[in-house]
Ligand binder design. Sequence first.
Ligand code: ZN
Length: 280
Amino acid sequence: MRIANLNGRLALISDGRAVDVERASDGRFTADPQAVYERWDEFRAWAAGATLAEGVAFDATELGSPVPAPRQLLAIGLNYRAHASESGFEAPEGLPPVFTKFVTSITGPVTEVALPKDGHTDWEVELVVVIGERAERVSESDAWNHVAGLAVGQDISERVSQLAGPIPQFSLGKSLPGFTPIGPWLVTPDEFDNPDDLELRCSINGEEVQKGRTGDLIFTVPALITKLSAVLPLLPGDVIFTGTPAGVGLGREPQRWLAPGDVLESAIEGIGELRQTFDA
Ligand code: ZN
């Protein structure tokens, strides 16, 4: 199953067309895309049995984030060995580095993003996990049962503010307006042959800059849910950015930053793609 946020309303995607959930369910489920995760099991059961009228065609520019207002967004640093190495850090053991991207930075999949003045703005394609059922002290074998679905995310990062000061402060430099595109929709785990091994790609103006596989994650999706939910409960509709593979601008020789006019495309196998255009 695929669900989307079409012009602010929850939609089911069927054969590339969008069915409005509030209308199709006669009001049983509201149009609010964030509210559906509170009733995820009930919604899944309804969607599996519903006879849907033909949906409407839409353009990707009409999509918002399938998870527009999570109560918690946890983002993982250094979760691929080659990226930890290019960033100049040891690969983490035990617990991964965790930060947040503040929720005002969340957008849909196709956007224009203003580059901060005097900033060094970088790219990080990431697999995004959205929680369905509340997770608290969950075992790895049970972890996928707590996942509503997967989406593509871009952890756009301004490195000057991220690395300024006596200790790096990841959250602020990654939370400028438009710095957290998520989409293009949410795909449920059962849609994948193997949801633990998906190819991620990222390109700038058509030139590939990142290519990796989630099979190379140091902390897998189940491991992240286990480790995070041992510390705090993960709530329905919460978001986990799982980390980025190698190939970011920070790790290049010479370093490279996004420039006005650049088009950044981020894709994950079996999900879809994001497209960001950058302005001064
Ligand atoms: Zn990241």
